[in-house]
Design a binder for this molecule. Sequence first.
Ligand SMILES: CCCCCCCC/C=C\CCCCCCCC(=O)NCC(=O)O
Length: 342
Amino acid sequence: MILAHLDVVPAPPEGWDVPPFSGEERDGYIYGRGTLDDKSCVIGVLQALELMLKRGYKPKRSFYIGLGHDEEVSGHNGAMKIVERLQSRGVKLLFVLDEGLAVLDGVIQGVKRPVALIGTTEKGSITLNLTVNQPPGHSSMPPEETSIGILSAAVSRLERNPLPNMFGVGPEASMFEQLAGEFAFPLNVMMANLWLFSPIISRVLERTPSSNAIVRTTTAITIFNAGVKSNVIPRMARATVNFRIHPGQTVTEVLDIVRNTISDERVEISVLNSFDPLPISPFDESNFGYQTLQRTIHSVFSAAPVAPGVCIGNTDSRHFVNLTDSIYRFSPFKMKSEDLSR
Ligand SMILES: CCCCCCCC/C=C\CCCCCCCC(=O)NCC(=O)O
């Protein structure tokens, strides 16, 4: 089964080089909200189908295409409904392919050639609301601590105390072992001997946001709200924090660490949504899905070695775990380091 999704995250008008929904082409790139995530996959699938139909292609086995419309808000009415329908028909899938990792060109420090990473698992996630309620008042007679001050201190503690570096505990180590030959000396020797060098490598990886995301559960403060008037001390301050959970940890473990880090009973912690990291899909030589994908990637991006990786973002494919044990996350395009912030 091949998945992609049509929806995009909101596009506030400011900060764009071109209008976000123009789909304008400039210097060989298409600009607009969702070009990478995930219109390119949608269009790729549809164009491939059109071409196959035109050529009268007869596939050897049947396959499904699933195009969701609400992946960015958890896929409740898209991917989850597709799964319900397939389950009601007793369908089992050989493998699922969804968006995810890509051909990384210059993204992994020390690797010169582009490398294709197939996401064989994806991180878990937990989103928390942190709320502080304190008596409101007039700004002319402020108390020692306000709801805003207490909440700011709590989120600051979370930022200053990241969750532990878990490099070596999860499947990301297999990626470096498989790519060891792509690094120059002495990194090639270090990557091939992680049993000895993982403490050093883990410290290097945590210096850059994209590689830090693969060695630990990340903490991102994404919404912060309080106050309506400059001379009024508000009763309530609220922040939303999203954690992406490393495959070596669980929702429960992360929640325990967060409670200990905040360590302030005035900060009420409520869970908005959560799920554990996804199971690791097989990537051995006998696995049909992984090998098919690897062969196809080789035929399109000939120079790119292929390795399994951890998908740091979440995808609709996570809803398919009861239909198959083989879920792969790969978007068929090249990604350079400057593209990561796009
Ligand atoms: C050693 C360095 C490894 C760096 C790995 C970083 C590679 C980044 C490549 C692709 C980004 C992954 C995006 C996955 C799709 C995310 C889809 C999405 O936005 N889903 C919603 C969500 O996660 O909130």
